[in-house]
Design a protein around this ligand. Structure first.
Ligand code: C2E
Ligand code: CA
Ligand code: CA
Length: 854
């Protein structure tokens, strides 16, 4: 609805051709009105007072029906009518012409778009009324839109086809799609108006292209050629250009072109040609004869073929192959046997005598293969290799062998004994190099050989191979506490049990102290490997009897499966190892399949390690304190310092998650030193007059650190804490690692005046003999035993035994992990001295723990 124009043409002025006449007659006006093919209406005082039949028809009224009706009748709404009036009134009252598109309404309520031209009947007195000329332009509008849409669509198509499309007039680019611009690296629209010569790499090419297309292409035909084009940024490409002339044949030639970058195709074609030429070259220089036959006739053969048989170049082509055979019978036989094999799509191989052109015979190795196994009738490739020399050599050898047989037999008998001895010695040496002396199992070297073989086989058969890494849980404790002889016995037994679990073809190796690797070739991931792992856990978990002891060693197993978890022996073993580590972390005595997450877990560990390194300096570590109280009377006699890590992102990290890591990386030395200093400082802060001790845990690494004694002495001096108020806790297994060294370290600490406690007691296989030698003051019964009392018979008698033993040795007994009154009562009845646990008090921060002393 746009107000198109206002002009000063008045309707009253007749067209120029009527200039000679003054006025239309009334009759003439009526005739014009009645026959006009556009609607004409007159309004005055906002009412119709006259309209022609076309106008009434356009709006669906009878010719006279509209007369007297308000103008508003033909508008879609009152608002629409008022809106039009707001535009029209100023124009009309100024004596100007109104020209606009407006939506109007028919009698039946339907609407259409009308072009309306209106003008006041008298330019001086608008009240005289208005004449309206109305045209239904719905169709025109629709057509306009259709054209616009088509144009937009064709732009879209042009810009999305993969071919470049270009429209040229007289060698000047009029328009092209984006693809062409992209091909040559031009900006959008940049090519329009330029000569098509800008596309060509060489001007001469362009000239001949123009000649061929503009002058040499008959009307209606397509010009199709490949030219070298250039890119704006440098470089060229091969472009296939296809063009068709589209003008009517006048002076100006108009062409539509499609362009394709065919560099790759052309290069591929070039490569194929080269490959064929190379093949030809190979054929011609091959040292074996090669021939292509169809229907037992030579179709083609290489030079060597002709040489072998003594023919001139090309002489064999088209001839029957019968001529190279020693006889008709031989020819028939090859036809029967050889061609039958080839008819089945198989190759036919044989060593037979053949005939040269000169009639001489020679031995030839013959291989026949159908050219196309799916269609043996397509012909066959035959390969001929002159093996007469080898044949002769072999024959003479056989003769010689026959002659010497008797002689050799005698010599053999003589040498036999000697060789046998030597071979046995060699085999023994080899066996020693490849096997573990203790268990007799293959060692890591042989494992890698076998595994590599298994993988090759797996690849060929598209099967999987499972690699299991088996590590014994807590074996070190056995070895350390019971001695290597016992440890060795256990390992031998484990090896035997492992071997019994396996099938023929499986391999079990010992790759380290208590580490074994099992290879299951052709295993299926979910079923076989898991089943075997389960069985291994079951059998190994049965107690081992060694030197009158029953020992239980459970295995942790990691499984990696070829090819998903690693493509070579090394990667598979490494990933199985990672999975084993994971099995240990998830509570030992179980198996885990390798997952990519395990590598991620390893890198998480690394990240944690980095964080931990900075934790001490950044003050992220803190100590919590847990009370230890007398069972009789409940007096708190000591607090155990327990380290906490306030990680900036992860929040509070419990020691179980980082102490082992710190231990593995020696970070524990720094952390442990800080803990010791901090705990002593805290203990002096709560006041030494209370006589309350502070207990500090020492890890194995700290305990074995030669600087430990100095450190403790210095920290005591610095803090001013009386040495009697410091308790150092070391676990039973730490003390059992190198008992002699442990005894001497404990003695030195004792000499400083500190108290010593054996932590986690009951889990470390210590024997009474050692216990007597350790100068400790306390035993802390491990939480796991306390958890089971009262109620569990075994735990009950064990706890009872420990208390009795400790008292016999004059040691104080501490029960850890006391959570219930029932446990408390049970322990009190046994005469246990001290208790620690949630029932007495949870570990709390330093201030809260100190609170009870102020
Ligand atoms: P632990 O020396 O045996 O310490 C006792 C652990 O038992 C503490 O766990 C304590 O919170 C928990 N506990 C105490 N009472 C109860 C109870 O009634 N029920 C249960 N379920 N648990 C109870 P936490 O603090 O997580 O420490 C775990 C281990 O981390 C400690 O075992 C100790 O071996 C090590 N650790 C803690 N702090 C240090 C440290 O400063 N240095 C070293 N080397 N090791 C530390
Ligand atoms: Ca402890
Ligand atoms: Ca403990």
């Amino acid at each position: 609805m746009n107000d198109r124009s206002t002009s000063d043409n008045t309707l009253e002025q007749p067209p120029a051709s009527y200039a000679g006449r003054t006025r239309f007659t009334q009759l003439e006006y009526e005739a014009v009105l009645a026959n006009a093919s556009i609607g004409i209406a007159f309004t005055r005082d906002r009412k119709f007072f006259l309209c022609n039949p076309k106008f009434a028809e356009m709006f669906g009224w009878l010719p006279d029906e509209l007369i007297g009706q308000p103008g508003e009748t033909v508008y879609t709404s009152r608002e629409s009518y008022e809106a039009l009036a707001r535009i029209a009134v100023p124009v009309l009252s100024a004596g100007k012409q109104l020209d606009l598109d407006w939506e109007v309404k028919r009698k039946d309520g339907s609407t259409f778009l009308a072009r309306m031209i209106a003008k006041a009947i008298s330019s001086t007195d608008p009240r005289q009324g208005t004449v309206w000329i109305v045209e239904d332009i719905t169709d025109r509008k629709r057509a306009d839109e259709e054209i616009r849409r088509l144009a937009a669509q064709s732009d879209l198509i042009l810009d999305n086809v993969t071919a470049g499309i270009l429209f040229a007039r007289n060698r000047v680019i009029q328009r092209c799609n984006r693809r062409i611009e992209e091909m040559v690296g031009a900006a959008p629209g940049e090519l329009n108006g330029r000569s098509s010569a800008v596309l060509f790499a060489h001007r001469m090419d362009w000239e001949s292209a123009v000649r061929q297309a503009y002058e040499g292409t008959p009307a209606g035909q397509m010009h199709d050629a490949v030219w070298r084009f250039k890119r704006k940024a440098g470089g060229t490409f091969l472009c296939r250009t296809r063009g068709r002339r589209i003008d009517a044949g006048g002076e100006d030639q108009e062409w539509i072109w499609s362009y394709d970058d065919v560099t790759l195709e052309q290069e591929a074609g070039e490569r194929l040609r080269r490959a064929l030429a190379e093949q030809e070259l190979i054929l011609d220089n091959a040292t074996i004869g090669i021939a292509f036959m169809r229907d037992r006739e030579f179709q083609r053969c290489n030079r060597r073929m002709e040489e072998i048989f003594g023919y001139a170049p090309g002489e064999l082509i088209g001839k029957s192959t019968e001529r190279i055979h020693v006889s008709r019978a031989a020819y028939d036989e090859v036809g029967r046997v050889g061609y039958a094999a080839m008819a089945r799509g198989e190759a036919y191989t044989e060593e037979r005598q053949l005939r040269r052109k000169d009639g001489s015979l020679f031995w030839c190795k013959v291989v026949g293969k159908p050219a196309d196994a799916a269609d043996p009738a397509e012909g066959a490739i035959w390969i001929y290799d002159d093996v007469s020399a080898e044949h002769e050599a072999r024959e003479s050898l056989e003769r010689a062998v026959a002659e010497r047989t008797a002689e050799l037999k005698a010599a053999n008998a003589r040498l036999g004994a000697e060789i046998g001895d030597r071979r046995q010695a060699e085999e023994r040496a080899q066996h020693l190099a490849d096997h573990d002396a203790l268990t007799g199992l293959p060692n890591r070297r042989l494992l890698e050989d076998r595994l590599t073989q298994a993988l090759a086989l797996s690849t060929r058969n598209r099967k999987q191979t499972a690699v299991m890494f088996v590590d014994l849980d807590r074996f070190k404790a056995i070895n350390d506490s019971l001695g290597h002889a016992v440890g060795d016995q256990v390992l031998k037994e484990v090896a035997q049990r492992l071997v019994k679990q396996l099938r023929i073809g499986d391999t079990v190796c010992r790759v380290g102290g208590d580490e074994f690797v099992v290879v299951l070739p052709e295993a299926k991931r979910s079923t076989d490997a898991a089943q075997v792992a389960g069985k291994i856990i079951d059998t190994l978990s049965q107690p081992v009897r060694v030197a009158d002891r029953e020992l239980t060693v459970t295995p942790s197993i990691g499984i990696a499966v070829f090819p998903d978890d690693g493509r070579d022996a090394e990667a598979l073993i490494r990933n199985a190892d990672a999975a084993m580590y994971h099995a240990k972390e998830s509570g030992r005595a179980n198996y885990q399949f390798f997952t990519e997450q395990m590598n991620q877990a390893a890198s998480r560990r690394l990240a944690l390690e980095n964080d931990l390194r900075r934790a001490v300096q950044k003050g992220e570590l803190a100590l919590h304190y847990q009370p230890m109280a007398e069972l009789k009377g409940g007096t708190v006699v000591a607090h155990e310092a327990l380290v906490r890590w306030q990680h900036p992102k992860k929040g509070l990290v419990p020691p179980a998650d980082f102490i082992q890591l710190a231990e593995d990386t020696a970070l524990i030395l720094g952390i442990g030193g800080w803990v010791l200093r901090e705990a002593c400082r805290w203990a002096t802060f709560i006041g030494v007059e209370h006589g309350v001790q502070v207990a500090v845990n020492l890890s194995a690494r700290q305990f074995n650190d030669p600087k430990l004694i100095d450190l403790v002495r210095r920290v005591l001096a610095e803090s001013g804490l009386p040495s009697t108020l410091l308790v150092l806790e070391i676990t039973e297994s730490t003390a059992m690692q190198q008992t002699d060294v442990a005894v001497s370290t404990l003695k030195k600490l004792k000499d400083l005046g500190v108290s010593l406690a054996l932590d986690d007691f009951g889990t470390g296989y210590s024997s009474l003999a050692y216990l007597r030698r350790f100068p400790v003051d306390r035993l802390k019964i491990d939480r796991s035993f306390i958890a089971d009392v009262p109620g569990d018979r075994n735990a009950e008698s064990l706890v009872k035994g420990i208390v009795g033993l400790a008292h016999a040795l004059d040691l104080t007994v501490v029960a850890e992990g006391v959570e219930t009154q029932a446990q408390m009562d049970f322990l009190a009845a046994l005469g246990c001295d001290l208790a620690q646990g949630y029932l007495i008090g949870r570990p709390v921060d330093a201030d809260s723990a100190a609170g009870r002393y102020v």
